[in-house]
Design a protein around this ligand. Structure first.
Ligand SMILES: [Zn+2]
Ligand SMILES: [Zn+2]
Length: 318
């Protein structure tokens, strides 16, 4: 099983400007001054081991889209701008030859989770079938509206693929694309839903756009059970703790530290912080990840939990 992140930002895509790229190049050359980098292998090793991620890479630009695989039929969570990159890669890969079946799970209908769909290349091909799942009753209307004049030139019903909407009931278990799938209601403006995907004793939880509130400390807090023993917990960590309980309280998102606490309580094996704040640059996100790992080391020194911060292109094999 693997999870591949095609879009990881929250709220809005984030740009990487020419100036920021230049700063990365400057820092890399600065760090290489005393290194005898004569072969390509030495350069590769230097990049991988001597440069922080904020210098050698970037956390990315796209809004939410996550693929869970492998299986013949594609499983995706959310249709942010990352869906465009997924669709482009798909149609240019071996998988893109011939008809395809796609299962797309929507956490909710905010724009950053829908806006990639009009640019999803497989939706324009009549040989494809696309199933769209969500727990909001008006899910189809949201897709139709975003592809209506004057916002977009191609009407939703002009798309070539056969598209079917399925409204799911939270708490019920569905067998979809080889996974046992369950949804849970989340605290977010207009509601959102988290999903767990289980197969062969392994569980992946996708829980974004969720503000955990005062009741988080209750022993029977339902998300502890929902996250229980997950191989991977994808968790909305748009804010620092200070923001989440301060000026951005009730904005519908959670902090990295709460993610660490809940992952430990639930016995999750791996935590991936997700829905990153689009105004934070790569250095700030590097620090955010370091602080999350430090918090775990100080408060739960015996915990084997692994912590990542999602970036566009991250693939986690489980
Ligand atoms: Zn969002
Ligand atoms: Zn939202």
């Amino acid at each position: 099983m693997y999870v591949e992140f095609w879009g990881t930002r929250g709220s809005l895509p984030a740009s990487l400007t020419a100036q920021r790229v230049r700063e990365k190049i400057f820092r890399a050359i600065q760090a290489s001054r005393s290194q005898p980098l004569t072969t390509d292998e030495e350069i590769d090793a230097f990049i991988d081991w001597n440069l922080p991620f904020a210098v050698r890479g970037t956390y990315g630009v796209n809004t939410a889209c996550v693929e869970i695989g492998p299986q013949q039929e594609v499983v995706l969570c959310d249709a942010g701008t990352g869906l465009r990159d997924f669709g482009h890669a798909y149609v240019h890969s071996e998988r893109g030859v011939g008809p395809g079946v796609f299962h797309l799970f929507l956490s909710h209908l905010h724009w950053d989770h829908l806006q990639g769909f009009p640019f999803f290349a497989p939706a324009y091909r009549p040989e494809n079938r696309i199933h769209i799942y969500g727990c909001h009753a008006d899910i189809e209307a949201a897709f139709v509206n975003q592809q209506s004049a004057p916002s977009f030139p191609v009407p939703f019903h002009a798309l070539g693929a056969a598209i079917t909407f399925h409204v799911l009931a939270p708490g019920q278990v569905y067998e979809i694309a080889g996974f046992a799938v369950r949804a849970i209601l989340q605290n977010h403006p207009g509601d959102s839903y988290g999903y767990s995907f289980s197969r062969g004793g392994k569980k992946v939880v996708y829980s974004t756009d969720m503000e955990h509130g005062q009741d988080v400390q209750e022993p029977a807090y339902p998300f502890v059970d929902f996250f229980r023993a997950a191989e991977l917990l994808i968790f909305d960590a748009q804010y620092s703790l200070a923001e989440a309980i301060g000026p951005k309280e009730a904005w519908g998102h959670s902090s990295n530290l709460l993610g660490v606490e809940l992952a430990v309580r639930a016995g999750a094996k791996r935590l991936c912080l997700f829905h990153s704040e689009p105004t934070w640059n790569d250095e700030a996100l590097d620090r955010f990840l370091t602080e999350s790992r430090e918090y775990l080391r100080i408060h739960e020194p015996a915990s084997p939990l692994l912590i990542d911060l999602a970036y566009d292109g991250l693939r986690i094999d489980l």
